[in-house]
Design a binder for this molecule. Structure first.
Ligand SMILES: [Zn+2]
Length: 282
């Protein structure tokens, strides 16, 4: 599989030479990038990043943390998988791949997957900071970012990086937290308007935003401790989804009784997460 063209995250120039010990050295500024002992994954973090290569080198991979089903649940929420059906090409960057549980079925769907996250894993190709990607401009047809934006300390900068590495005509597909509780060191949960601002200001066009799971599932489901037991979660999850439908039905009936049209944004108002799709113009 052809690898994407790399660039130095310290100076932004392409041209990296491989040293005898496997490390990569920038021909321009001399910055050196080491590899993690797990699968020799290269670590591309600059001196500006809060991530430190020395710390990452000490991280061990925990196989018991790999949750392949969770990734597929993410893709089915809000029918996000449908957005992948007509890709402009097959080169896909999985931006913040987590444990990489979706890699296998993305590859089965015909995509050439490149994935990264800030920690080593069995399905990760690069360890880097999403605010400073080690890829040259216009390398990918599709960038996927599933439940990642809320974990970025500067979502505008990360969106600029997604835009930069996309080819012209390429698409960004993903999801992010709106009405979800604070979780796993999340920074910015976005409203539909905030998300549109981030994407539009970055240069994306043809922006589509729709609801993922509802606030009832995201907030109530997370709040009650017993929902951490999978068997109980399955049962209460059915109730949460049903009660959301009932509640939404009451809203719609109320609009009808007043002789008004139900506003289009009613469903995103109560969304726990948002699904989005946007294009880099030709
Ligand atoms: Zn450099």
């Amino acid at each position: 599989m052809p690898e994407p063209t790399l660039r130095c995250v310290e100076c932004g120039q392409s041209g990296l030479a491989r040293g005898a010990d496997g490390s990569l050295r920038c021909n321009q500024c001399g910055a050196t990038f080491v590899r993690h002992s797990h699968r020799d994954i290269p670590i591309f973090v600059s001196s500006r990043s809060p991530l430190k290569a020395e710390e990452i080198l000490c991280w061990k991979v925990q196989p018991q943390n790999v949750d392949l089903k969770a990734a597929q649940r993410h893709w089915k929420t809000g029918r996000m998988e449908e957005l992948l059906k007509e890709p402009p090409g097959r080169k896909l960057l999985n931006f913040g791949s987590g444990d990489g549980g979706d890699r296998k079925w993305l590859e089965a769907a015909g995509f050439q997957v490149t994935s990264f996250d800030i920690f080593p894993g069995d399905f990760t190709d690069f360890i880097c900071d999403g605010h400073e990607l080690p890829f040259a401009d216009e390398q990918f047809d599709v960038v996927t970012s599933v439940a990642v934006f809320e974990h970025l300390y500067d979502p505008f900068q990360a969106a600029r990086e997604m835009f930069r590495v996309l080819k012209k005509g390429g698409v960004l597909i993903g999801s992010l937290a709106f009405l979800e509780p604070y979780h796993a060191r999340s920074y910015f949960h976005m409203s539909p308007l905030g998300l549109r601002e981030v994407l539009q200001r970055t240069g994306f066009r043809e922006i589509e935003i729709r609801p993922g799971w509802s606030f009832i599932e995201s907030l109530k489901g997370s709040f009650w401790l017993w929902n951490r037991v999978p068997a109980i979660r399955r049962f209460t999850g059915i109730w949460h989804r049903l009660s959301y439908r009932i509640g939404l039905g009451i809203w719609r009936a109320a609009y009808r009784m007043k002789g008004k049209k139900t506003p289009d944004d009613l469903v995103v108002t109560f969304a726990g997460s948002l699904i989005f799709c946007a294009r880099k113009a030709q």
